[in-house]
Ligand binder design. Structure first.
Ligand code: DCP
Ligand code: MG
Ligand code: MG
Length: 365
């Protein structure tokens, strides 16, 4: 395979920077964006903060009370996360980025990979110029800064992007890749969290260069085939993961055939429960919540019927989906008085769920 040119773009202190764009008077103050749990005044976690607040030690995932302590002598501003607004900004930025890529992969609200091999003609200086153009366009149209890393694969590109933040541009040519990463601590490698780091430490492995020298068989027996091989290859600067062009889904649905034709809601309910459970798992694991729910029924005469509803706020739980679907089904049955042969549920008007879902997982008591 010829050498690729991969770019990783990550917006700087994204939610907090969006807040600064909306209100420039925040710029030199510590700004902390919070996700409140709803259980008492300061209960919840820090979603992100600007770099002024980070100088005081504020970090994503930290309890809000802790951030308040750290900032008690500063004139800090605490804001409730406005996820709809950040999603909208994200969508516009992604549309800019997409234009610059041969292949484009959005990985989170503020982060994307671009394969630019063809348009840069394999040349890293051409890629650097492309990156400058991207930075300028995002700055001019959205007034946002980002950091960009360029490398021969996704792992190196991401590490390059993390290397100088905020407003960084780091180019790592294929010949420099190993040197660039080898002195870094193992947890700078994407995918190495506290748990893996601890095991590696017990094996006497602290730096990526040391990891690269391990026996790959030993890593596989320690971490399993997938992670073991990844660690060995990535530490050696190798990674074949393609930039995956992903078409955004617009809806999810599932339909089942009943064991026998049925007429009453409470008889059909157990099918609805199961469909909703399955559907909700699929939708949420792909990072979506949704504003519209529809039920569809096929009658014993094979006629199709649907009912749907769009809500003002996205639904974000299995329970909410189940209850919406059951209500729609009752309405349909009441109005149509049919015998049902097949029943299904569809969710649409998808909204990308932002990083907060796992946020509470990071809170240390
Ligand atoms: N986010 C969150 N909870 C976390 C991590 C992130 O809610 N534990 C949200 C808020 C961030 C956004 O996701 O603004 C993007 O995450 P990043 O990890 O890219 O962090 P930032 O963009 O905030 O900062 P950086 O400048 O380090 O990229
Ligand atoms: Mg970011
Ligand atoms: Mg990010």
């Amino acid at each position: 395979m010829p050498e690729r040119v991969i770019m990783q773009v990550d917006l700087d202190y994204f939610y907090a920077q969006c807040e600064e764009v909306r209100d420039p008077s925040l710029k030199n103050k510590p700004v902390v964006v919070c996700i409140y749990s709803g259980r008492g005044e300061d209960s919840g976690a820090v979603s992100t903060s600007n770099y002024v607040a980070r100088r005081y030690g504020v970090r994503s995932g930290m309890p809000i009370t802790k951030a308040k302590q750290l900032l008690k002598n500063a004139e800090a501003v605490f804001l409730k996360a406005d996820l709809d607004y950040y999603d909208e900004v994200s969508r516009r930025v992604m549309n800019i980025l997409r234009k610059y890529a041969d292949k484009f992969e959005e990985v989170s609200v503020d982060e994307a990979y671009l394969d630019v091999t063809e348009r840069a003609k394999g040349d890293y200086e051409a890629a650097r110029e492309l990156a400058s153009k991207i930075k300028n366009e995002i700055k001019e149209t959205e007034n946002l800064t980002c950091s960009i890393g360029i490398g021969p694969n996704k792992v190196i590109a991401k590490m390059a992007s993390d290397y100088q933040k905020p407003n960084g541009l780091t180019v790592v040519k294929p010949t420099e890749a190993f040197e660039f990463i080898s002195k870094m601590a193992v947890d700078k490698l994407p995918g190495v969290g506290a748990k893996t780091r601890k095991i590696l430490e017990e094996m006497g492995v602290k730096t990526i260069g040391e990891l690269a020298k391990q026996d790959p068989q030993k890593l596989v027996s320690r971490f399993g085939r997938k992670l073991g091989n990844y660690l060995y290859n990535a530490a050696n600067g190798r990674d074949d993961e393609p930039v995956k062009e992903r078409l955004e889904p617009t809806q999810f649905s599932r339909i089942v055939t009943l064991k026998q034709d049925l007429q009453k809601v409470d008889e059909i309910e157990k099918y609805i429960d199961e469909i909703c459970r399955d559907l909700y798992t699929r939708v949420s694991s792909q990072g979506y919540i949704f504003k519209s729910v529809g039920v569809m029924c096929v009658s014993d005469t094979l006629a199709a019927y649907t009912r749907s509803e769009t809500y003002e706020h996205p639904l974000d739980s299995y329970e909410a989906l189940r209850s919406a679907s059951t209500t729609l089904l009752s309405r349909l049955l009441e109005e149509e008085k049919i015998k049902i042969r097949r029943v299904g549920v569809k969710v649409s008007d998808l909204v990308k769920k932002s990083g907060q879902k796992t946020l509470y997982d990071f809170i240390t008591p």
